[in-house]
Write a protein that binds this ligand. Structure first.
Ligand code: FAD
Length: 589
């Protein structure tokens, strides 16, 4: 994967380019990559203030208008023009091409700010930057960049990412849109993409097509909306993020000049995955912005609403919800910024960390939306208040940019690959299934399990010793469970051998443990850095980090226990029965 073009931040890249998350599966905590918690670079800090202020100034007085756009399912042209005028389409484009050149961390913060007002706004600018034209930044030639980036920076051109098709969702490698090469080197592109964000307003598409060349199966192309044969369908009538444009995009024998191939011919799948991996912090930032709004709304509602002669904020069950929302927001924020900074610092292997941050943040914001609405109860159910829209808007976050299920499998299989690769006999036998964990589902090598080494725990114990005393217990939890994770990964490989790729229940549990470990370590690092810096809210952050660690320990212990003691077989059978009957079998009447 190409590194992000951003200027390095203060965080050092992981030693040897290793993935912090993958190392957890080997029993290692790469603390030098996680501690101290990264600081945003000075230039970004300077730029961020005016940008987030401008966003607040523009969007805060328009909440009623934004709710109207949700109802009519449209962002009017003059509204999109205002987003252009604010420079929101040039956030991550280098200054030489007219953009702001924000780092991934700063970009995630901008999306948090827009999402704190409205998710559709975030999606319009986020789909443009995170995925629509990200491929051009990562893989484009200088000539391609000169040709397109200045217009993409101003928003004269809006970008979209065209991968999904009717028959190819999670299984993106099975796309049918195809391109054939002419004698003059140009290509003829045909096919239809579905559910394309910005599809109806974009001028520039990053399109993935089957090319079946000797170099590989899929190739990425840069396609302009105005070219003959390019068209888009009607705006989809969606459950949430309704104002954001989502359409089909069709290509009918579109001639694509050779200079519009993006990245190497035949390497389009890698291009697509690299874009999605590096774009996930934008989505995470959006989730954090939503959570901050929900916490603010929940506090106001809980204090204002009186029942049984008291403000409901005095009741333990309401307070528990507010506290849990805050824990999850802090944790999501900690992991999203950490991943953004890992990318900014030049890490090359961050796809597992990005997947973890996306899964955690998307689940957290949906739980927050549920609990905030529950605190508002009947009022929350009324469309007059924003809860129902936020509930609808955040639902998409566990579906797109890789479903959370697929990302769980990806996290587990990527981690297991490292464990397997540590052994020569395993590497030869199970290597195939891990070469591309997403493409490799169901493909098995032959594995004759031999006893693997016990986790040695390299890198362990150092964190606990060096952390501030109030965080050592929490550090001890992560150290212990990092070793437990590596042992469990090791045992799973031994137990299932070549069948490991089919063990989705086990993979899911392993991924959950790894996510808790990685997120927990980010929380720990942040609380430690806040305390060392004498931050006025450090004591609260330290207490929060300790609480998160205790909760994480219970979740991790349960997941690990359930690797051995579970009802998976019964659950599989029940699913089989219900599927065989096409539905529910019983009736009490
Ligand atoms: C509003 C919206 C905007 C979108 N924007 C874009 C865009 O801009 N560009 C673009 O290219 N695409 C876009 N998409 C498509 C999106 O990325 C896909 O919806 C997503 O990849 C999932 O594909 P699918 O919906 O076809 O689900 P499917 O792949 O059909 O999956 C259905 C269910 O099965 C599960 N599943 C699938 N395979 C497995 C497996 N191997 N093991 C276990 N479970 C599995 C999934 O997790 C899911 O729960 C958008 C979608 C929506 C709804």
């Amino acid at each position: 994967m190409s590194p992000s073009p951003s200027v390095p931040s203060t965080t050092p890249a992981p030693a040897g380019g290793e993935s912090v998350a993958k190392q957890l599966f080997l029993g290692n905590i790469l603390e030098e990559a996680l501690f101290p918690y990264p600081q945003i670079r000075a230039r970004d800090r300077e730029l961020l203030g005016p940008v987030t202020d401008a966003i607040d100034e523009f969007l805060a007085p328009r909440h009623a208008e934004l709710a109207h756009y949700d109802r009519i399912a449209e962002q009017p042209a003059d509204f999109i023009q205002a987003l252009r005028d604010m420079g929101l389409f040039g956030l991550i484009i280098p200054e030489t091409y007219g953009g702001m050149d924000l780092s991934n961390g700063a970009y995630a913060r901008v999306l948090a700010q827009t999402s704190s007002h409205d998710s559709s706004v975030s999606l319009t600018i986020g789909a443009h930057s995170s995925i629509g034209m990200k491929g051009l930044l990562l893989f484009g030639t200088d000539e391609q960049k000169r040709r397109y980036l200045p217009r993409l920076a101003t928003g004269e051109m809006i970008a979209a990412f065209c991968l999904t098709e009717a028959g190819a969702g999670s299984d993106a490698a099975s796309i049918r849109t195809h391109a054939t090469r002419n004698a003059d080197g140009s290509w003829v592109l045909s096919g239809e993409k579905i559910w394309i964000t910005n599809g109806g307003i974009a001028d520039f598409y990053t399109v993935f097509a089957r090319t079946d060349t000797p170099e590989g199966k899929i190739t990425a192309f840069l396609v302009e909306a105005k070219w003959p044969g390019v068209s888009h369908g009607q705006h989809e009538d969606k459950m949430g993020i309704r104002a954001s444009s989502t359409t089909t995009v069709a290509f009918a024998d579109v001639r694509v000049p050779p200079e519009n191939v993006l990245g190497p011919v035949g390497k389009g799948f890698k291009v697509a995955m690299s874009i999605l991996n590096s774009g996930r912090t934008g989505l995470g930032g959006g989730a954090v912005g939503g959570m901050r709004t929900l916490i603010r709304l929940a506090c106001a509602q809980a204090k204002e609403r009186k029942q049984f002669g008291k403000s409901i904020a005095e009741f333990g069950l309401v307070r528990a919800k507010i506290a849990q929302m805050t824990l999850e927001c802090f944790a999501a924020e900690s992991v999203v910024w950490m991943v953004a900074h890992l990318i900014d610092s030049g890490a090359t292997d961050y796809s597992v960390e990005a997947a973890m941050s996306k899964v955690f943040a998307s689940r957290a914001v949906q739980r927050c939306a549920y609990e905030a609405l529950q605190i508002a109860a009947g009022n929350g159910f009324m469309r007059e208040l924003p809860y129902e829209q936020i509930t609808r808007d955040t639902r998409i976050l566990s579906i797109f940019e890789g479903t959370n299920e697929i990302l769980h499998l990806y996290i587990a299989l990527s981690g297991l690959k490292g464990v397997g690769a540590g052994l020569t006999e395993l590497r030869a036998a199970v290597g195939d299934i891990f070469n591309d964990p997403i493409k490799g589902f169901g493909v098995l090598g032959g594995y004759t399990g031999k006893r693997l080494r016990e986790a040695t725990g390299y890198g362990i114990d150092r964190i606990a010793r060096e952390l501030s005393p109030r965080l050592r217990k929490a550090a001890g939890i992560y150290e212990k469970y990092t070793v437990e994770l590596s042992k469990a990964a090791d045992q799973l490989l031994r137990r299932y051998g070549k069948r490991i790729a089919d063990q989705q229940h086990a993979q899911n549990r392993l991924a959950d443990v790894a996510i808790d470990l990685f997120v927990g370590l980010c929380v720990l690092s942040r609380a430690d850095s806040l305390e060392r810096a004498g931050n006025p809210a450090a004591a609260e952050a330290v207490a929060l980090a300790a609480t998160f660690a205790r909760q994480a320990r219970r979740r991790m212990a349960r997941s690990l226990r359930e690797l051995d003691r579970n009802e998976d077989e019964a659950i599989e059978q029940l699913a089989g029965t219900v599927l065989a009957h096409d539905g529910y079998l019983w009736d009490v009447i």
